[in-house]
Ligand binder design. Sequence first.
Ligand SMILES: *Cc1c(COP(=O)(O)O)cnc(C)c1O
Length: 375
Amino acid sequence: MEFRDLKKQYAVLKDEIDKGILNVIESASFIQGKEVKELEEKLAAYVGVKHCVTCANGTDALQIALMTWGIGEGDVVFVPDFTFFSSGEVVSSVGATPIFVDVERDTFNISPIALRNMITKVISNGGKPRVIIAVDLFGQPANYVELRKIADEYGLLILEDGAQGFGGSINEKKACSFGDISTTSFFPAKPLGCYGDGGAIFTDNDEWASLIRSYCVHGKGSSKYDNIRIGMNSRLDTIQAAVLLAKLDQFINYEMKKMQEIAAWYTKELEGVVQTPIIKQGYESSWAQYSILLKDAIERESLMKYMKNKGIPIAIYYQKPMHKQTAFKFGGNDIDYPVTNMLVDVVLSLPIHPYIEIDEINYIIESIKGALLQE
Ligand SMILES: *Cc1c(COP(=O)(O)O)cnc(C)c1O
């Protein structure tokens, strides 16, 4: 059994994917070939935003968004304490200060209440808040209604880190459309993955879109040999664009629907045994992860051992709060992060992907019940 079985997906889509890759090789347009533009148009249409600019990975996508807004030294950027390292790393990369914010227990996403408290604290200490990075953790979009109110109140920009959220929605409005700029990742194990690294940046703003295009290609002006700002070399390879084009229809029309069924089955069978994921009314998750909560660290430890013996791959996202990462010299006061501190001890992610068999899911469910209901 695989945690996320990419080989099964390839077996289903082999003809389209092979053809797409071969076409690129034969055309020899490896950089910025026509597939890249075609993909950007399709992604923008699917998400429902005006501009999509692809880039080398989801981390660059976040960093380029911050560069586009001129975020740097002296600026404060709010980041959830419970997320993948990238969400905060990029803030330090551009020289700004990440301030971590606790999350909600139910959704794992940035807590609007904790955010408000942190903003007040930063302002009273003379700090200069500029951006809220909201992460759609495990696939469920953050609470953008509340976040937008807070952003408007304090004049902040919202950067949606949709690396895990791509494919999810709130009242039919798609993830990666909620930020002033939004980003995603096409890392192979993400909801929509390519065969290497890849990322994309989304915005409705024309001026930012052209700045983003410039930052992605060495700060280009009229051409890449006319350089009007310091940028990066961050482009999506044409081969990766071809892989994504070959996968996109299946992702939209089959995989996202299938994932809803699989998650619903898990939840129906595991309710009352463990704390199952809570998806809010009107929200749809892309199910980047199906993450349960155990009673305590001891219960999680013994369940993990049991699952390992049964040959079931499991993972802990995430083991360490951002405020405790060594790389951030001053991450924050531990007392400000009660929920994240609790989650890192009890969270556990189960295998989930669109090609998992019902027998496999039932085996996982029976194993969990066997381990926890036995005593
Ligand atoms: C994966 C991920 C990223 C980074 O994406 P890469 O393409 O690996 O650089 C950023 N944020 C979150 C929340 C992620 O899960």
